[in-house]
Design a protein around this ligand. Structure first.
Ligand code: E4P
Length: 214
């Protein structure tokens, strides 16, 4: 399973890249708005530190505007994946851009039918937002299971980025289903590594090491 970091914060990206487990980054306008940097400079910096795809979102609504906006974003760095929200205009633009070799991440996916259409249009990634579905009492993980089954049935190469992750259980459940990628906030990555029994174990071993004859 690939780990993407769901952030636009350079300090978080540098830190997780240093742990050797960073496969990509996803940003969105809300995450970029938290950073005190000009948008294009921020994107270029993120791309310098991230070894894999960096998702950056288009804000245009019509295909005729999405296409030039996406080309401009893709020209910022060779590892840019352009995020386009699902919709008929987005699908039209996705077909054109994917044929040009631009990586598209279809975002704001909430149903298997949306993911199927994005894959047919040539999307490299789809991003189903599971936490936001859980927030309205739907089962986000069921949508992941259905999308994976559909992609497997037709051998789509589109990868599923499990997005809107809220806690470590989401990551583990996504991994059990075989999802290709999880895009994870820094706070959740930090929690993935921790276990109280590990801390207790280290403390006891250190104490006993002090009693070993040297
Ligand atoms: C993914 O690409 C999105 O940036 C993100 O996962 C959205 O998460 P949220 O629902 O916590 O805003």
């Amino acid at each position: 399973m690939k780990f993407f970091l769901d952030t636009a914060n350079l300090a978080e990206i540098k830190e997780v890249a240093g742990w050797g487990i960073l496969d990509g980054v996803t940003t969105n306008p809300s995450l970029c708005a938290k950073e005190n940097m000009a948008f294009e400079d921020l994107v270029k910096e993120i791309c310098r530190y991230c070894p894999g795809p960096v998702s950056v979102e288009c804000v245009s609504a019509r295909a005729a505007e999405i296409v030039p906006e996406a080309r401009k974003l893709a020209a910022l760095s060779s590892n840019i994946a352009v995020k386009i929200p699902i919709g008929l205009e987005g699908l039209k633009a996705t077909r054109v851009l994917s044929q040009e070799g631009i990586m598209i991440n279809t975002t704001l996916i909430f149903s298997p039918s949306q993911a199927l259409l994005a894959a047919k249009a040539g999307s490299r990634f789809v991003s189903p937002f599971i936490g936001r579905l859980d927030d309205i009492s739907q089962e986000g993980m069921e949508v992941i299971e259905q999308i994976l089954a559909i992609f497997d049935n037709y051998s789509f190469e589109t990868e599923v980025i499990v997005a809107s992750i809220r806690h470590p259980r989401h990551v583990v459940d996504a991994a059990l289903l075989g999802a290709h990628i999880a895009t994870i906030p820094y706070s959740v990555i930090d929690k993935l590594v921790k276990h109280p029994l590990t801390d207790i174990g280290i403390e006891k071993f250190l104490k006993d090491w002090g009693k070993v004859k040297k």
